[in-house]
Design a protein around this ligand. Structure first.
Ligand code: DGT
Ligand code: MG
Length: 631
């Protein structure tokens, strides 16, 4: 983890080193001052030598000025180094996240990623600053001050050793309890952020279901827990200061007492005793700062680990070494494709008493093994599957074999959860197949450069998003060099030109964050226009006209047929009317192909298609509401 993070110090390495050097210089000066003071007292004041007073006084002043200069320089270099380090980390994390594939993104929660980019980086930044300042200064001060006290009076320095031992024990105790509380706080932060994020994003739904009180309760529970953990951690940390002060005063009394005896015995001068007092403070304050630095660093270790996780995540979908840079045409082939989103926990069938009984028995056995009452081997005799992880690979697509010519229009129909979205996600390689291969333009999608492939495939996602900015800016996500004319042309095709022109600011109308100031159907049409601007060889519309009225839907399809005949089109729809004029229609049923052919062929051969068509002809409803077809 340290190596991963250290790589990102980058050009701020010089500032870090300069900061350390300045801090060491400052520590050196701080140590020198009491030493010179002792000389001033002994050789100047005690002997009444005014020349020595001036000489040593000037030296002290010089040391103090140098300490100040070093201190300021150290602070400046340290803050430049730590802020630069933090910005490098954020930059690297952001780049890393942008390269994530969908399955990488699925692994983290959005809120978790945001906490990592903000709070966690700030923790590491503070710890780094602390490290290059305190972690250098304090040990240096400690060692130098100890050397000085030993050189002045080896006997009295024994007092410091006793004090240091006592302080060490006390601080270890405090730290141990504080850090365990702090590390739990971070996990809770994720919960808090995910509660805020989910709630603020879905505020409209929260309000329409009058769930405000419930959501406030959930939020309060999260902050209550963080409050509790912080109070617990801080209640240990606050002991630091009293313990410290107790040690300081005990040391001062012990040194005064013993020092007086030493002076009387002629083994110590007054000046030396004064400087011993200064060193006492130096030593004990260094110890305290060290302990604080340890708290910060142990707190930031958890954060550092979370950052390194993001940085070390390997994107599961990447361009190959020698990628193909051109997509020949819009043909698409699925060759015996099966696909799974990854392993899932097998759910217990709670309606089946047998399964529930088995589940509880297994839990009891596992608990017995955990408590050491039984070995795994003994447990396996009672339940051979005791080591089973409870996870299995669930295929959402099985044995898909499809061959689509360039320029064809393919309708895809199927109930919710029949894997329509999953099927088309494999074409632009949003996910990789688990088995079999997907070919575009006659070549495996894994051979293409990702940008080339995704530029050739225009996809309007089911959960589409517009970004804050003008309509023009949003459209140019599809093609940043598109002229105003081209933007309008795409909007005419997507039947969006009419409503855009009716806005007072036309194409310069600002879209609010998340596209909240346009209706669902308008948003869908803008998203289609945006995808069209890419001039893709393959266009995928995933239920993209669900919020558009049937007549507009029909004119969009007509425009596609006439204006972009060479583009291969995949149109996912819940409505028979949305797909029936397609060249061929694919009927999906629980991840397998139930039928593939023209409207007329399917009416004759496919039971599911026929029943849906009949039902919709009567009621105009969608797929899942057809009688004879269970949703
Ligand atoms: P729709 O849009 O409601 O009409 O349904 P489809 O046909 O588009 O279904 P699809 O492909 O979204 O989902 C098929 C199955 O895959 C379903 O059991 C849920 C599961 N699934 C979908 N997306 C994800 C995902 O991102 N992660 C995981 N683990 N499972 C997913
Ligand atoms: Mg879908």
């Amino acid at each position: 983890m340290v190596r991963t993070l250290a790589k990102h110090i980058g050009k701020y390495r010089t500032a870090s080193i300069l900061s350390v050097l300045s801090v060491l210089g400052e520590a050196g000066m701080d140590i020198l001052i009491p030493f010179v003071m002792a000389k001033l007292i002994d050789q100047g004041i005690s002997r009444g030598d005014l020349g020595a007073v001036y000489r040593y006084g000037l030296m002290m002043l010089l040391c103090a000025v140098m300490a100040l200069v070093f201190g300021i320089a150290g602070g400046r270099f340290a803050s430049r180094a730590s802020s630069g380090f933090a910005s490098n980390l954020r930059d690297a994390m952001y780049v890393s996240i942008q390269n994530y594939s969908f399955s990488n993104i699925d692994k983290y929660s959005t809120a978790g990623l945001i906490t990592r980019l903000t709070t966690d980086v700030t923790n590491v930044q503070n710890a780094y600053q602390m490290m290059i300042r305190m972690m250098m200064r304090s040990p240096a001060m400690l060692i130098l001050a100890l050397c000085m006290t030993i050189s002045i009076s080896p006997r009295l320095s024994l007092i410091f050793l006793g004090a240091a031992a006592f302080l060490g024990c006390a601080l270890t105790f405090i730290l141990k309890h504080a850090t365990s509380a702090f590390s739990r706080v971070f996990v809770k932060y994720d919960d808090l952020n995910s509660s805020v994020q989910e709630n603020v994003t879905g505020i409209r739904v929260v309000k329409s279901f009058v769930r405000e009180d419930y959501e406030i309760g959930r939020f309060n529970a999260a902050i209550e827990e963080i409050y509790r953990l912080f109070v617990r951690a801080e209640s240990f940390i606050v002991c630091n200061f009293p313990v410290m002060m107790l040690t300081v005063y005990t040391c001062i009394i012990a040194i005064s007492w013993n020092g007086a005896h030493e002076i009387v015995a002629g083994r110590l001068t007054t000046g030396e005793l004064t400087s011993l007092f200064s060193y006492t403070m130096n030593i004990l304050i260094s110890l305290m700062f060290l302990s604080m630095a340890f708290v910060m660093i142990s707190m930031s270790l958890a954060s550092g680990r979370r950052i390194a996780e993001v940085l070390n995540e390997i994107p599961s979908v990447r361009s190959p070494k020698d990628p193909v840079m051109e997509v020949k045409d819009g043909s698409v082939d699925f060759c015996n494709v099966s696909f799974s989103y990854g392993k899932r926990r097998v759910p217990v069938d709670w309606d089946n008493p047998e399964a529930v009984k088995r589940y509880h028995e297994k839990q009891k056995l596992k608990e017995a093994v955990r408590q050491g009452k039984m070995t795994v081997q003994e447990a396996e005799k009672l339940d051979p599957d005791i080591r089973g992880t409870g996870w299995e690979k669930k295929y959402v697509l099985r044995d898909i074999d499809l061959h689509i010519r360039s320029g064809e229009t393919i309708g895809i129909l199927g109930g919710t959860g029949s894997s329509k979205t999953s099927l088309v996600s494999l074409i632009p390689r949003l996910y990789d197949t688990s088995e079999g291969e997907v070919k575009v333009g006659g070549r495996n999608v894994r051979e293409y450069d990702l940008t080339v492939l995704r530029d050739a495939v225009g996809m309007v996602l089911q959960k589409n998003t517009l970004f804050s900015g003008t309509i023009y800016e949003n459209l140019r996500w599809g093609n940043e060099n598109a002229t105003d004319e081209e933007c309008r042309g795409a909007c005419v095709l997507a039947c969006a030109d009419d409503f855009i022109s009716s806005f007072p600011a036309g194409y310069n109308t600002r879209i609010e964050q998340g596209g909240t100031n346009v209706s669902g159907g308008q948003r869908q049409r803008l998203c289609i226009a945006r995808a069209l601007l890419k001039k893709p060889k393959i266009l995928i519309l995933d239920d993209s006209t669900s919020a558009v009225d049937t007549a507009t839907d029909a004119s969009i399809r007509k425009a596609f047929r006439e204006k972009i005949p060479d583009t291969t089109k995949f149109i996912i729809s819940q409505r028979i009317s949305g797909v029936k004029d397609a060249d061929r229609i694919l009927v999906l049923d629980e991840g397998t192909i139930s039928g593939f052919g023209t409207h007329e062929e399917l009416l004759k051969t496919n039971e599911i298609y026929r029943s849906v068509a009949e039902a919709q002809a009567e009621s105009g409803g969608d797929f899942d509401h057809a009688p004879g077809k269970e949703a």
